[in-house]
Design a binder for this molecule. Structure first.
Ligand SMILES: NC(=O)C1=CN([C@@H]2O[C@H](COP(=O)(O)OP(=O)(O)OC[C@H]3O[C@@H](n4cnc5c(N)ncnc54)[C@H](OP(=O)(O)O)[C@@H]3O)[C@@H](O)[C@H]2O)C=CC1
Ligand SMILES: O=CC(=O)O
Length: 323
């Protein structure tokens, strides 16, 4: 008999078919208590779980006593209670390599669009405000040659450094928990303490996971350390930044602009002050959102679940020790 799995995200038809070749699939719309109650038997017998953007906590795991592997269509896994998974010997698989380059492209897009005010001036053109040759009130600031501070020199941080170094001739400062030789040898990156990076960078780019250590890593004190001309970018996770402090820093002119792909609350509430600020580019968490990359992520996640339920955890596994 095929193992049963719960699928909580729609998949392209060919990937859904591949999943069904290996498993008996119950597709659900989300992991809410109501949904779990509605499909109680399927959850109770499921050995696998596949999807994204939903909390997987111990309350859910209680309802899934047979669960052996979870597979998330994402690299970030802050939605998962990893300790609870470990305690139950449940594997957690993710998609670290499928999206790296695309997310680095998004970061670069945020750098360029905030610096050159692309969204703001394009809206002014559409509003009919381009009635004569433009003056300084339409100007932006340069990107090439400016100092880029990267907080989080992991896979995506490195791919961003590559773009900035070779494409834009930007000196690179970085902070992480440890030094990264590759960033130093290939992109001339300089490791520094967070405070130094905040003080010296023209662009402060965050690409960090959300953990107990990174929660509100950037708040009032950190914005005060940045240059008044600094542009702040976050594409890691919203709660790494104290959003209230970010709004205050922007309103008081303590920093120049912000480019954001992630927020403390997603979707971003329509009454967020961030949406009233012309120097903010706010994106709907599109870091990896291209057709190609989202397909590759889903495909990787399907393969990951097949591998995990067959005991293969050589790659893409967060907690291989529980096997
Ligand atoms: N906006 C979007 O759509 C997307 C967002 N993301 C987010 O980006 C994150 C990073 O992805 P990826 O680059 O693949 O992950 P990696 O694990 O490769 O890199 C994470 C980096 O963060 C650093 N780090 C972790 N904790 C701390 C800390 N307390 N202080 C300083 N540095 C720290 C790590 O340091 P060290 O190297 O020293 O271990 C590492 O350099 C994901 O976890 C996810 O949250 C990812 C994809 C898409
Ligand atoms: O935010 C997206 C991810 O893959 O993590």
């Amino acid at each position: 008999m095929k193992p049963s799995v719960i699928l909580y995200k729609a998949l392209p038809d060919d990937l859904h078919k591949r999943l069904e070749e290996h498993f008996t699939v119950t597709q659900v719309k989300n992991l809410s208590q109501e949904t779990v109650a509605q499909h109680a038997e399927a959850f109770a017998s499921a050995e696998g779980l596949l999807g994204s953007s939903e909390k997987v906590d111990s309350a859910l795991l209680e309802k899934m006593p047979k669960l052996r592997a979870t597979s998330t269509i994402s690299v970030g896994y802050d939605n998962f209670d990893v300790e609870a998974l470990n305690a139950r010997n449940v594997l957690l698989m993710h998609t670290p390599t499928a999206l790296t380059e695309t997310v680095a492209d998004t970061l670069m897009a945020l750098v360029l669009s905030t610096a050159r005010r692309v969204v703001e001036v394009a809206e002014r053109v559409k509003a009919g405000e381009w009635t004569k040759s433009i003056g300084p009130d339409w100007f932006g600031v340069d990107v090439h040659g400016k100092t880029l501070g990267i907080v989080g020199m992991g896979r995506i941080g490195l791919a961003l450094a590559q773009r900035a170094h070779f494409g834009f001739n930007m000196p690179i400062l970085y902070n992480a928990r440890r030094q990264h030789k590759e960033a130093e040898e290939r992109f001339n990156g300089r490791y520094c303490e967070l405070d130094t990076l905040l003080q010296e960078a023209d662009y402060v780019c965050l690409i960090l996971p959300l953990t107990d250590e990174t929660h509100h890593l950037i708040g009032k004190a950190e914005f005060e350390k940045m240059k008044k001309t600094a542009i702040f970018i976050n594409a890691g996770r919203g709660p790494v930044v104290d959003e209230k402090a970010l709004i205050e820093a922007l309103q008081k002119g303590e920093i120049h602009a912000a480019g954001l792909d992630v927020f403390e609350q997603e979707p971003l509430p329509i009454d967020s002050p961030l949406l009233t600020l012309p120097n903010v580019v706010a994106l709907p968490h599109i870091g990896s959102a291209t057709h190609e990359t989202r397909y590759n992520m889903a495909s990787t996640a399907v393969d990951n679940l097949i591998d995990a339920l067959n005991g293969k955890v050589e790659k893409n596994c967060v907690n291989p020790q529980v096997k």
